[in-house]
Structure formats: C-alpha cells, structure tokens
Design a protein around this ligand. Sequence first.
Ligand code: FMN
Length: 364
Amino acid sequence: MRKLFSPFPLKKLVLKNRVVMPPVHIAGYNVEEGILTDKHWLHYTGIAKGGAGLIIMEATAVAPYGRLSYHQLALWDDSSQDAFQRLAAECHKYGAKVFIQLFHCGFLSSISDPEADRFSPSVYKTRYRGIEITGRPMRLEDIKDVCRAFAEASLRAQKYGFDGVELHFAHSYLISQFLSPLVNKRDDEYGGSRENRVRFPAELIKSVRELVEDDFIVGVRMGSNENTLRDSLYYARIFEQAGVDFVHVSAGFNNDLPPDLAYPADSKLSWIAYSAGMFKKELKIPVIAVNKITTPELAGYVIDNGFADLVSLARAQLVDPDWCHKAQNHQKINYCLGCKSGCKWFKDPSKCPAKFLNVRKQTG
Ligand SMILES: Cc1cc2nc3c(=O)[nH]c(=O)nc-3n(C[C@H](O)[C@H](O)[C@H](O)COP(=O)(O)O)c2cc1C
C-alpha cells in the first residue's frame, strides 16, 4: 500500500500520491449561468486539504447546447475565469494538481427544454427521465464546431491555471454515442466500422492537442464496454496515438457487463475497476481505475497488482474528504454506505446518511 502514497510523474507534472478525486457533478449546488458557487469552493478545497494528489473537476460544458441540465459549469466563455483561477490556485496550495472534465452530452442536451437542438451521430429516439427525445444527425460543420469548442475550452483551462483536462468520452454522452454502434448508424466516414466511429473522437483530441502546450495534460475518460472490451481497447490505442496522456476507465454507452471480459467471479474489484487492468496491459500511457474502490487496502491492491497507475475514489471522498490523510495515517475513515436507492449526492448531499452520521459524530 506504500506505493499508493508515493509520487507519480505525469509528463512534467508530479502528483504527490496516486489518489484521484474523479469528476462529480452535484446538481444540488445549483449552478446558474455556468458559474462556480461557494459550495464548489468548499467542496474542492476540502478534497484538496484532505490530501488527494489529483482532483478532476466535474463535467463542464464546452457549449451551451451541450449541457445535460442548466446547472452545470461552463467553459465556453470567460464568465467564470476569476472563480476558476482562484479555485485552481487554492487547491494547488495544498499540493493537489487540478484537471477539469470537459463534456458535451449530445442527444441528452438540455433535457428539460423541448426546443433544444439535440446532437446525435444519427437519428436517435429514446426516453430519458420520462421525456421523449430525438437526436438529430450532426452535420460535418457541427463536428468541426464541437472539436473547436473542446479545444477552446481546453485552452481556457490552461490559461486559468489548471494542470490538465479530461475529455469525457464515457457514460452515454456525445462521444460515447459516436463510439457506440447502438447509436451511431451514420453512413459517412464518421460511422459504420469502428475505424469510422472513432474518427471524430480522434480528431477532437488532435484539435485540443494543437491548441494547448505540450506539457498541458490531456486525458480521456472512456468505457471499457463501448460495444465490446476489444473495441474499447482499440479505441484507447487510437486515443493514445492521437496524443492523450492518460485513460480513465469507466463505463460506456451500455452499462452491461462486456461480453468478452474474462472477469473472475471471485475478484475483489468491480468489473469496471477490473477492466482497467486490460488497458494497463495494452497502453504505454498511465491508466486510472475507478468504481467501488473504498478502502485503503483495496486502493493499494489496485496499484500493487498492476491494475492501474492511479485510483479514483468518488463516493468515498465525498463522504470523507479527509480519506487520503486518514488512510495514510491509519486513522478511522467514515465510509460511504452505498445507498441502494441511488447516491444522494447527485441532488442533495445533505440527505447522504453517511455524511449525516459523520456530522453527528463530530458534533456530539
Ligand atoms: C454525485 C455524482 C456525480 C457524478 N458526476 C460525474 C461527472 O460529472 N462526470 C463523470 O465522468 N462521472 C461522474 N460521476 C461518476 C464518478 O466519477 C465515479 O465514476 C462513480 O461514482 C464510481 O466511483 P465510486 O464508486 O468511487 O463512487 C458522478 C458520480 C456521483 C456519485
């Protein structure tokens, strides 16, 4: 487990340990007009104080029509420049490096707005949160616009003092929609074969790389089950060639177990965390594992057994922002209870039972 708390070099950047706070968007923070709130300040500085080596800030929209809801952070203009700059600088004071996740949600765009322009690789009709939605096929100029939007947002992040960006290619959002044959039924050079499906994501990476400095970190979050594990590994190799500096392995468009993953039934890890090990074998760039990694022992196991170079803990650090310091100093950690009804942090952190227990413990 000692390796978990040893420094890790990422190009010229040195992370003080291998613990990552992955992106977590909390709708209950009620962002207005894409601008950071005081709650974000407390949230992110709390995690930085708690000792995480790397914080990847939440899904942040690169275009107004790319938001899932109106309560998301924005990097399509400089409205939040001052707040972002101050926040990145404050987290740096505690020795954390800070990236920001950039995203476009494609046909899930502005879900509450019936008039929203919903981008999709090809016509796609579905129901989401009880609403009928139809994605319209992106034109070639839309593809170019989105590449430019990601590149310009990355440049802003660099200008504001962030150490890097994570491009969100997972979780059923726009890029995941392009990678998935379930959604991408295009008959031009951006659809059909997997070589074509990966073309737009690879062009997007190159657009970002062209605009930012070489030392600025650019990574992707992607699914290990984007159709199949084999397809996902193929995509990851293309992303590596296109110039990304790390891969953060999560779930893709379809959250089911990948049919071609030889996942041992007695594994200590979830299939998502376990599959990071497949990427580790395939790639030269660093790999981040995530999902249900909660204890210092399990986090250490992931690193020591070569499943990944870095470990992300989301709910564990939401519940106990001091997770890292406590783990390092063998102190008692307050653990996530893994609510079966869904994580309360999505909408209202005050309803988290584990957090409530923690507060009770601290106050009395
Ligand atoms: C409240 C909440 C918000 C999340 N927001 C994001 C997000 O903005 N971007 C993203 O890629 N994943 C998001 N996730 C997924 C987490 O980054 C992480 O992959 C997931 O919680 C599994 O890790 P864990 O078991 O350590 O919690 C979110 C998860 C939670 C619980």
